[in-house]
Design a protein around this ligand. Sequence first.
Ligand SMILES: [Zn+2]
Ligand SMILES: [Zn+2]
Length: 96
Amino acid sequence: MGDNQHMTDLPTAGDSGWSDPDTLGAIPPVIAMTYCARCGTSASKGNHVLCRQQLATEPPIHCTTCRRTLAVDRSGSDWTATCKKHGQTTGTLTSA
Ligand SMILES: [Zn+2]
Ligand SMILES: [Zn+2]
């Protein structure tokens, strides 16, 4: 008695292709980013959610490749950030 084990009630992960609502749409494809453009620490460590939010309204501070401080030139909502080693990056800020 009691030999019947019913272990099939647990839902199996990965069968429904669910999507994380936080990643829908807004986030552009990320190209190998080593450092956080905002705080300059390793992009793969820690939490940079706030950094990303700020990068929508403020130009980046650090080169994502070498972590150097960028020379930022800003006019209106457009910015040009120059790394001595990696050249220019341009972008447009989202004005809230
Ligand atoms: Zn950061
Ligand atoms: Zn650089």
